[in-house]
Design a protein around this ligand. Structure first.
Ligand code: GN1
Ligand code: MG
Length: 354
């Protein structure tokens, strides 16, 4: 670790501890002798195949956000290596980047609807601030990331290969998911038909990817910029609903606890639309609930795929963790169906109110 830390102009380091609970990259809190805190992240290059491209995106997006708002807590800031690079590659091929530490909280679950309204403002504002960013300069860091039909193709492939020998134990989940395959192309189909535009989107709007001020609970910045790419607004809306407006954790095993909370849903929608409604088309607004349903479905599909492949993508913390995640997401999809008319009405009401 010391030799990695020495690549960055952060002085001598007194501690380096794990931070956060992302499923992909590994994050550490680093404290220097002077008491300054930094964030060291190891970039998962099995997931992000083009690290130089990813880091070029990352640096450009941070720089763009800083031109809009000079407050250092309002966008991530990259600390370049002594050699002036955006990341350090070790001789054995691992990739690290260093960021300024921002003092705030990243809740896995909201403490109140107000937390979620603030998160909605943060992601809506991200959408607005990135509207004049030259999208064509962005590298596609994970091709077909939110191509839901393609996620079903990968599930079918995992079923056919049954690499970890787990298929026979998950027939019920396989059947339940394949039942939804016909809906998977709803948003991507509208995009192909020219009815939903591509925009610069965040693409990983999990609630814990927004940082709030610990005291005021107001948004500071959005994090995990690795998947900022051209995409659909509904996906950004949807992943935040999946994680923020659910009454249960992503991996809850008591499925009777898994619901969409309409008050939380309304809170996020009102913040999000207050920040970016004016830049959205009527079709984009109307299809936001589809983003919630399809992002939840897509994650269910991805978790089951990874379970079948032997847990090679998402970090797990117990045996069967990806299967638990899949089941909870599926339960959430079903609850969204039960409340569908309400979810559509709330979006319309929030759009009309702001
Ligand atoms: C991953 O890195 P993290 O934990 O914020 C994943 C998201 C999934 C999410 C599920 C690059 O996000 O797409 O929705 O886990 N990120 C990537 O919790 O695959
Ligand atoms: Mg994260």
């Amino acid at each position: 670790m010391q030799s990695i830390l020495r690549q960055f102009p952060v002085g001598s380091i007194v501690s380096c501890e794990p931070l956060g609970n992302g499923h992909i990259n590994r994050t550490h809190l680093v404290i220097s002798e002077a008491g300054t805190r930094f964030v060291l992240q190891e970039i998962n290059h099995h997931v992000f195949r083009d690290v130089p491209g990813l880091m070029a995106n990352f640096a450009a997006v941070c720089a763009h956000l800083h031109t809009k708002d000079a407050d250092p807590r309002h966008a991530l800031r990259l600390i370049r290596t002594h050699a002036g690079e955006t990341f350090h590659r070790t001789p054995d091929g691992r990739h690290f980047r260093m960021l300024d530490y921002i003092d705030g909280v990243c809740p896995d679950a909201p403490e109140s609807p107000e937390d979620l309204r603030q998160a909605g403002l943060a992601f809506g504002q991200f959408q607005r601030l990135m509207a004049d960013f030259p999208a064509e300069t962005l590298t596609e860091t994970i091709p077909r990331f939110h191509d839901t039909p393609d996620r079903f193709r990968l599930l079918r492939q995992a079923i056919a290969e049954d690499r970890a020998g787990r298929l026979s134990a998950v027939q019920a989940e396989v059947e339940a998911l394949l039942h939804y395959e016909a809906e998977a192309d709803t948003l991507t189909g509208l995009n192909r038909a020219g009815q939903l535009p591509l925009r610069v989107t965040h693409n990983d709007t999990k609630l814990n990817n927004v940082m709030l001020d610990a005291v005021t609970r107001r948004p500071l910045c959005v994090m995990d910029l690795d998947t900022v790419m051209p995409g659909l607004v509904a996906h950004d809306f949807g992943d935040a609903i999946r994680t923020g407006a659910s009454t249960a954790a992503e991996d809850e095993t008591d499925l009777t606890l898994v619901h969409v909370d309409p008050a939380m849903y309304r809170a996020f929608a009102s913040g999000f639309l207050a920040a970016c409604r004016d830049s959205l088309t009527p079709t984009e607004i109307e299809t936001l609930p589809w983003g919630a349903k399809l992002m939840t479905l897509e994650n269910a599909v991805r978790f089951l795929t990874d379970h079948l492949n032997g847990d090679v993508y998402f970090r797990i913390h117990r045996p069967g963790h990806n299967l638990d995640r899949c089941r909870a997401q599926l339960a959430l999809v079903r609850d969204m169906e039960r409340q569908w008319a309400l979810l559509c009405r709330i979006v319309q009401e929030c759009a009309a109110a702001c």
